[in-house]
Design a protein around this ligand. Structure first.
Ligand SMILES: *Cc1c(COP(=O)(O)O)cnc(C)c1O
Length: 358
């Protein structure tokens, strides 16, 4: 039976990427060796790394003043590396709290400098994106989480400010165009929308670095990795290669502009059904709904049917639809690689359930 991967992360990758990745695991190009066993200094891997670094910037439209890195330690290590590299003691960084991942980033700031939390949507279980807050002009940067993987909210615009934005894009990188000029640094763990777990993409504008006085451990200093073209030590060869395959796929599909149209179409299919079907309700505020993670619950009066609907999904090959424990219900993650066919399958299940139980 064909299975559809709705898991939040590690998550779905395009079928053609998986095919090419598995071929490279046996023999990479014409090397006669697996990509898993070649030197990270070989000319073949050096070419992969160079292309991956360039293509990440090209897809999003970042210019020459930005550097691309593929680091380890997950997006979670960026939570502390950012203030460690960007914030002096006594200086202030601004943060907006839109979910568990933002909150974890916020937790690290005061190890290095002052925290100013500008807004939070925790008061309504993170079902919306705060807007219209004041941004202090002396803040070194403003940290946002563009897409909230757990709560299914997404920034559909970014604040107008001269303060450089720093943004966790782990769960919506390459899903749409972004206003590159606003960002001092963006980062994304690979395993949601880009590749397997094991590498984190960082794109940073060089002028935000080199301004802190503290001594930064070598491996945690962005400039160490910039100076060595992201190969200071052994980089995660395979996750970078698979991420490159995915980026090439995004380019073949027409780039992030086309991805956005494809994601909007998919999102409408599912959200229209959630809004139409009397058995289900969406949990995020409509204007802030995510096109990557779609949380919904059984409508009042139908709560007892939750487990049964989940079973239907699993039996029909729609995997990973169970909601996060603090939200409950269901979450369909519909990243770039999810097809319209996969969404139609889920919509059919919702309609069949309505016909039977409604
Ligand atoms: C998954 C996720 C993270 C954590 O990523 P790790 O690579 O596991 O550290 C951080 N931020 C967001 C938005 C995520 O979705």
């Amino acid at each position: 039976m064909k299975k559809y991967n709705f898991f939040a992360g590690p998550a779905i990758l395009p079928q053609s990427v998986l095919q090419k990745a598995s071929e490279a695991a046996l023999s990479f190009g014409d090397m006669g060796l697996s990509i898993l066993e070649i030197s990270h200094r070989s000319k073949e891997f050096t070419a992969v790394l160079e292309e991956a670094r360039a293509l990440a910037k090209e897809l999003l439209g970042f210019g020459d003043d930005y550097e691309t890195l593929f680091l380890q330690g997950g997006a979670s290590s960026q939570f502390f590396m950012i203030p460690m590299n960007l914030l002096n003691e006594g200086e202030t960084a601004a943060y907006v709290d839109t979910g568990n991942w933002s909150a974890k980033a916020i937790n690290e700031v005061e190890n290095f400098g002052n925290l100013k939390k500008l807004a939070s949507s925790k008061d309504e279980n993170y079902t919306y994106i705060p807007k219209g807050y004041d941004i202090p002009s002396d803040a070194k940067y403003l940290h946002l989480t563009s897409n909230n993987t757990i709560y299914g909210t997404q920034h559909h615009s970014f604040p107008d400010t001269d303060v450089p934005l720093v943004c966790d894009m782990s769960s919506d990188i390459f899903s749409r165009p972004i206003p590159t000029d606003k960002f001092g640094l963006i980062y994304a763990g690979a395993q949601k929308n880009m590749g397997p777990a094991g590498t984190t993409l960082v794109i940073v504008r060089k002028d935000v670095l080199g301004k802190v006085q503290r001594k930064i451990p070598t491996m945690l200093d962005y400039n160490t990795h910039i100076g060595k073209a992201s190969a200071f030590n052994t980089p995660p060869v395979f996750p970078i290669y698979v991420s490159l395959l995915t980026m090439r796929w995004v380019k073949e599909m027409g780039g992030v502009g086309q991805m956005e149209l494809h994601n909007e179409e998919k999102g409408s299919l599912l959200y229209d059904e959630i809004d139409r079907n009397p058995l289900f309700v969406g949990t995020a505020r409509k204007e802030d709904r995510s096109l990557m993670n779609v949380p919904f619950v059984m409508a009042p009066g139908y709560e007892a049917l939750e487990t049964e609907f989940l079973e239907r999904c699993t039996n029909a090959g729609c995997m990973g639809v169970k909601g996060y424990r603090t939200v409950g219900g269901f979450r369909a993650s519909i990243y770039n690689a999810m097809t319209k066919e996969g969404i139609s399958k889920l919509v059919e299940l919702m309609q069949a359930f309505e016909n039977e139980k409604g």
